[in-house]
Ligand binder design. Structure first.
Ligand code: NAP
Length: 278
């Protein structure tokens, strides 16, 4: 169930803050759903690549649970870089708490890049899809990213202000949402027969619209909003029949993210950098 604002209590005292200010030029990144699949691979490549990020907030639903073991092992290897934080996209309280914790680390340097990666999929056609399927999928894939964007806006604005650079970029202040080609209305006729996940398709189309609205609304803040399709990837969600492995997908997405400018504000791109149809 989606936990709403009414359930949230002031939780400053619950925060585990980390000491230390980030240098003005540092690049800080937050990834949701960072414990497995594409999210975990993003964490790996961002900390172990040739230009590692300075601070990486790796968010997941259960940091102490068995599904976060690989992430925790990676975090132990890079204790100065990776901060594992609990964030459930359907729990507004956890989002608010996470935003406070991130704020206490980044300070006035802000958060440069927020990646909405967490997502869920129900494989059911229209006749099989229940109200609950649609609500759960919407809560995770659309309402989650909406609340995350809202709660992290102050940190993104701080990063845009602190950068002193003109224009837009992912090293200045940006939100990238991992969406899907299946959210494209133009491809439904050709692709529906192969993939009938109605709630997923509707939610990703909704996510795309959310991101486009954000791109317009936050233009003057010089915060970039882009959507990315990772390809059909062999993860728990993509399945073994997927066309590519997570390392290749993530390598492509990170290359595209690094090249984003204001021209890609509101763009729907593939992991190879191609513009996709709505
Ligand atoms: P995955 O292997 O199933 O991983 C999904 C991740 O999302 C997990 O870390 C999961 O955490 C997390 N998550 C699910 N619900 C959450 C919630 N309420 N709050 C926080 N985290 C939550 O999927 P993936 O293939 O890596 O997919 C990542 C993103 O790419 C998704 O947005 C997906 O829609 C998109 N995508 C994937 C493909 C593909 O072929 N794989 C294609 C197009 C788009 P738990 O471990 O706690 O469940």
């Amino acid at each position: 169930m989606l936990k709403t604002e009414a359930f949230c209590k002031s939780s400053d005292e619950e925060l585990q803050t980390e000491e230390g200010e980030m240098a003005a030029q540092a690049v800080s990144v937050l990834i949701t759903g960072a414990n497995r699949g594409l999210g975990l691979e993003m964490v790996k490549q961002m900390v172990e690549g040739s230009r590692p990020v300075r601070k990486l907030f790796a968010c997941c639903r259960e940091p102490a649970g068995p599904r976060a073991e690989a992430l925790q092992t990676l975090a132990k290897k890079h204790p100065d870089v990776i901060v594992v934080i609990r964030l459930d996209a359907t729990d507004l309280c956890s989002i608010k708490l996470c935003a406070k914790q991130v704020g206490s680390v980044v300070g006035t340097g802000g958060l440069n890049l927020l990646i909405n990666n967490a997502g869920m999929l129900v494989k059911a056609n229209l006749q099989e899809t229940t109200t609950e399927d649609m609500q759960n999928t919407f809560n995770t894939n659309v309402i989650g990213p909406m609340n995350i964007i809202k709660e992290f806006l102050p940190h993104l604005r701080a990063a845009a202000k602190a950068s002193g650079m003109p224009g837009m970029s992912s090293s200045k202040a940006a939100v990238v949402s991992i969406t899907s080609f299946l959210g494209s209305m133009e491809v439904v006729k050709q692709s529906y027969v192969h993939f009938r996940a109605v709630s997923y398709r509707v939610s990703k189309a909704g996510l795309n619209m959310l991101m486009l609205c954000a791109a317009e609304e936050m233009k003057t803040d010089e915060i970039l909003f882009s959507m990315m399709h990772p390809g059909w990837v062999r993860t728990d969600m993509g399945g073994e029949e997927g066309e590519i492995d997570a390392p290749d997908s993530v390598k492509g997405m990170l290359t595209v993210m690094a090249s984003l400018t204001e021209e890609q504000n509101g763009a729907f791109l593939s992991y190879q950098g191609n513009t996709l149809p709505w």
